[in-house]
Write a protein that binds this ligand. Structure first.
Ligand code: ATP
Length: 307
C-alpha cells in the first residue's frame, strides 16, 4: 500500500483578469502550500474503487467525477495499462472551501498510483497529466510557493524564507468556484469597469508580495495579501465579513478569503499569535472550525503508512 500526504493551498495573491473567449480568466496566482492536508492511499484492487473518511466525507463524490479516481484512470490510460487500484482519501481539507482539496487528491492519486504500479513517470509528464485534470492540480504536485499563470497551471517556483503561521476558518457549506467567478464578472459589469479580457488589465504578480515572501516577513506579506475574488465571495456569503473581522480583532496581521472561499485565511506574526487567533475564531461562533497551521510545505509526497 502507498500513502501520499498532500497539502491544501491558500492564494496569497489571486489577481483575476477579464473573461476570455474560452470561458476562463487569466490569473496571476501566487499559490502557498500549507500543512493542512489530505492523505491518499492506493492499494492493489480490481478497477478503480474509492472510499473517503473525515468530517466532510459525505460531501465528496465517490463516482468517476472524483479527481482522485480521474487521476488514476488518466495515468493508467497514459501508460496503456488497466487502472486497478483501491483508493482511500483521509480528508482534512474542507470540501468546496477554496483550498483546492479535490485538486490535492488528484495530485496525490497520481503520485500514489505511479508508485503502486511502479511506473516511474517523469515529473514533467505528471505535471502535464495534472494540468489536464484541473488548473490547481499541478501546484499540489510541487507545493512550496509558486506563481501560476494562464488558468493557474503554468507554474514558476518562488523563493521564500522561513515559515509563515496561518489560521483557516472553515465555513458551513461550500461555494462553487465557477459561481464565484461569475459573481466577480457581474460585480465588474455593475461597477462599470467591464469584465472581458479587453476591458480588464492583465494581472501580474505584485513585487512587494514577492519580496515579502523572499524575506520571510509576515508583516510585509500581510500588507500585500490580495484576492480579486474576495468581493464576489463576500457578495455571495455576506456572513464571511463577520469571520474576517473576528480574526483581525483577535490579532491576525491580515485576513482574506482563501481562493474562491468560503474558507477564510488569517496570517499571524508567529505560532503563538496563530494559536490565539485560532482560539478566538473557535469561540466567536462565526465559523464551523478553525485550523492553526503553517507553511510553506512540499507538494504531494509518499509517506510511511499509518500504524
Ligand atoms: P478550488 O479551490 O480548486 O476552487 P475548492 O477547494 O473550492 O476548489 P474542492 O474541495 O476541490 O473545492 O471541491 C469542489 C468540488 O469538486 C466538490 O464540491 C466536489 O463535487 C468535487 N470533487 C471532486 N473530487 C473531489 C475530491 N477528491 N475531494 C473533494 N471534492 C471533490
Amino acid at each position: 500500500m502507498i500513502t501520499v500526504e498532500v497539502p491544501a493551498k491558500v492564494n496569497v495573491q489571486l489577481g483575476v483578469g477579464g473573461l476570455r473567449a474560452d470561458g476562463f480568466h487569466d490569473l496571476a496566482n501566487v499559490f502557498f502550500a500549507v500543512a493542512l492536508g489530505d492523505r491518499v492511499t492506493a492499494a492493489p484492487g480490481a478497477g478503480v474503487t474509492l472510499t473517503c473518511a473525515g468530517p466532510d466525507a459525505a460531501l465528496v463524490p465517490l463516482d468517476d467525477s472524483n479527481l482522485a479516481a480521474r487521476a488514476a484512470r488518466l495515468l493508467a490510460a497514459h501508460h496503456g495499462i488497466e487502472p486497478d487500484v483501491r483508493l482511500h482519501i483521509d480528508k482534512a481539507i474542507p470540501v468546496a472551501g477554496g483550498m483546492a482539496g479535490g485538486s490535492a487528491d488528484g495530485a496525490a492519486a497520481l503520485v500514489a498510483c505511479d508508485a503502486l504500479w511502479e511506473l516511474d513517470t517523469p515529473l514533467e509528464t505528471l505535471l502535464e497529466l495534472a494540468a489536464e485534470l484541473g488548473s490547481d492540480v499541478p501546484f499540489a504536485l510541487v507545493g512550496g510557493v509558486a506563481l501560476g499563470r494562464g488558468r493557474g497551471e503554468i507554474l514558476e517556483g518562488l523563493p521564500v524564507s522561513g515559515t509563515f503561521h496561518w489560521v483557516f476558518a472553515v465555513a458551513d457549506g461550500g461555494l462553487s468556484t465557477p459561481a464565484v467567478f461569475r459573481e466577480c464578472d457581474r460585480l465588474r459589469e455593475e461597477a462599470g469597469t467591464g469584465s472581458t479580457e479587453a476591458e480588464v488589465p492583465t494581472p501580474d504578480a505584485d513585487p512587494a508580495l514577492l519580496a515579502a515572501l523572499a524575506d520571510g516577513d509576515p508583516v510585509a506579506l500581510a500588507e500585500a495579501l490580495a484576492n480579486d475574488l474576495q468581493a464576489a465571495a463576500l457578495s455571495l456569503r455576506p456572513s464571511l465579513a463577520d469571520t474576517l473581522r473576528a480574526g483581525t480583532e483577535a490579532g491576525a496581521l491580515a485576513a482574506l478569503v482563501s481562493g474562491s472561499g468560503p474558507t477564510c485565511a488569517f496570517l499571524a506574526k508567529d505560532a503563538e499569535a496563530a494559536e490565539a487567533v485560532g482560539r478566538a475564531l473557535t469561540e466567536s461562533g462565526t465559523c464551523r472550525a478553525a485550523h492553526v497551521t503553517h507553511g510553506p510545505v512540499p507538494g504531494a509526497a509518499i509517506s510511511a503508512p499509518r500504524p
